[in-house]
Design a protein around this ligand. Structure first.
Ligand code: ADP
Ligand code: ADP
Length: 237
């Protein structure tokens, strides 16, 4: 598959301190890329450069280029709100908004001015199904998202991102705060949606990387030290 987003010689500085030392990496369309490496190796810092979440910290400087469909997202003409709809993000700690599941999942669509009830309903059903939290009775739609278990909250957060139909979904340690059964469900939902979305996932869990990813990038001290197909990285001759 062709790369939909590519990092080219990306350096990132927190103030004077360089935290990424020239990362070049492509994300093939509709594949899952796992970013692995020890704590402090730069995985989270790097994934945040891909939708310019890193810009939210005024101390941060990024050099190099990140191209989405060939366009440099660090160009001054980039609309970061639009960018973050195309490149959605899920965080380690499930963070649903304190209102109903329906209002969570439709949040981004309503911000974009979509009012058509039938369309909103359709996107809600579609994305909750994709994230494996759809309930045929629809009872859960009215419930406060915070009343669900951690694993369900995380899948509601995934549905919230899917609803705006991004091209790329970034997940930063999405299962670290979850128990093994909930983690497995999140993994299953990622595998179920990978034919429709390009996915980048930070994990410190090698088994998880080997179970779900097509390619794996190994970070160490702000460098990309190994990058290959996951089957090759985890198969020892
Ligand atoms: P990982 O996700 O692999 O655990 P991080 O990207 O969180 O690694 O951290 C990479 C390096 O950047 C570490 O040395 C960390 O201390 C540093 N770092 C992360 N966030 C900040 C920040 N907001 N300000 C300064 N340094 C930071
Ligand atoms: P804050 O009030 O913490 O500055 P924001 O208004 O930036 O938060 O975002 C509120 C919530 O929206 C975040 O906690 C996160 O759940 C979600 N969010 C923010 N940016 C993104 C993004 N790029 N993709 C997906 N969800 C996001």
């Amino acid at each position: 598959a062709k790369d939909i987003i590519t990092a080219e010689n990306v350096h990132l500085y927190y103030g004077q301190k360089e935290a990424l030392h020239g990362i070049s990496l492509g994300f093939p369309e509709k594949e899952i890329t796992a970013l692995i490496g020890p704590s402090g190796s730069g995985k989270s810092t790097f994934i945040r450069t891909l939708n310019r979440m890193s810009d939210l910290n005024p101390e941060v400087t990024v050099t190099g280029a990140i191209r989405l469909d060939g366009e440099d997202i660090y160009s001054p003409k980039t609309d970061t709100v639009e960018l973050r709809k195309r490149v959605g993000m899920v965080f380690q700690q499930p963070n649903p908004f304190p209102f109903s599941v329906y209002d969570n999942v439709t949040y981004g669509l309503r911000l974009s001015g979509i009012k058509d009830k039938a369309l909103l309903d359709q996107r809600v059903e579609e994305s909750l199904k994709q994230a494996a939290v759809w309930d045929e009775t629809k009872d859960h739609l009215k419930e406060n998202a915070l009343s669900f278990s951690g694993g369900q909250q995380q899948r509601i957060c995934i549905a919230r991102v899917l609803a705006v139909q991004p091209e790329i979904i970034l997940l930063d340690e999405p299962t670290s705060a979850l128990d093994p059964v909930s983690s497995a469900k999140v993994e299953d939902s990622l595998l179920a949606i990978k034919d429709q979305f390009t996915i980048a996932v930070v994990t410190h869990n090698m088994q998880q990387a080997s179970r779900i990813s097509d390619q794996t990038a190994f970070f160490l001290d702000g460098n990309l030290v190994e990058f290959s197909k996951t089957v090759d990285m985890f198969t020892h001759p």
